[in-house]
Design a protein around this ligand. Sequence first.
Ligand code: 9D3
Length: 263
Amino acid sequence: MRFDVITLFPEQFREAATIGVVGRAIANDKVLLETWNPRDFTSDVHRTVDDRPFGGGPGMVMKVGPLKKTIQSALEASDDPARVIYLSPQGRKLDQQGVTYLSQFSRLVLLAGRYEGVDERLIQSHVDEEWSIGDFVLSGGELPALVMLDAVTRTLPDVLGHECSAAEDSFVDGLLDHPHYTRPDVFDDEKVPEVLLSGDHKKIAIWREKQALGKTWQKRPDLLDKKELSPQQKTLLGEYKAELSGSVLSSNSIKLMPSEHKK
Ligand code: 9D3
């Protein structure tokens, strides 16, 4: 899969392209990453990429001319058809379903904006889709582009090693992950759950599924509302709740989720 990122800050992608799963995918030619700087597609002496907004107001707007040239050059760099994605706070919110959808394209051109955004005419004429990574304010589209690159790359064939297959990844089946433990088996008087030391892999798999269901119920009940549980999963979740009320319900050891701020 090929990613062409249009950005005023290509340096932000250099290091990312060498690190971890994405770095390995690029080194193994599973992913090709190219950056394109709109400043290189200006013709004035100041290499101007932004200007003041018509109608007034604070901030600057990215100019349509240099961006059009940049996108055209990126598109012409390969015969492969490409989807042009604008990372923007107005876009569709990215989730794992969206990541799977995006991974079907063999080529994505990611437009990372700065300032207040890009001239609307560029969006109308050259952008296929707008995507956000969530309802919080960032300083530009570079970090969202890196988020999209990372998440999509993980779903590609032969990219994950034994980390765990993309299909086993948390969220892919709509549940949170189960808890993890490593040595030592006792730390500050806290023991690792006995079943994980038993060597009984069937029992361990069942315990992990029960934990995943229980943690999701406790921390992200909205995910369970969206999901149809099998009869076995309903039984496991029922057992989780029963074990909770039987043991620690009256203690103060349950961490509450930080509640959302009310308007
Ligand atoms: C603070 C300025 N805001 C209104 C006055 C508008 C605004 C413009 C540009 C807010 C953020 C940005 C820069 N953000 C992105 O380019 C962006 C983004 C984000 O901020 N949050 C989540 N996803 C994304 S994708 C691109």
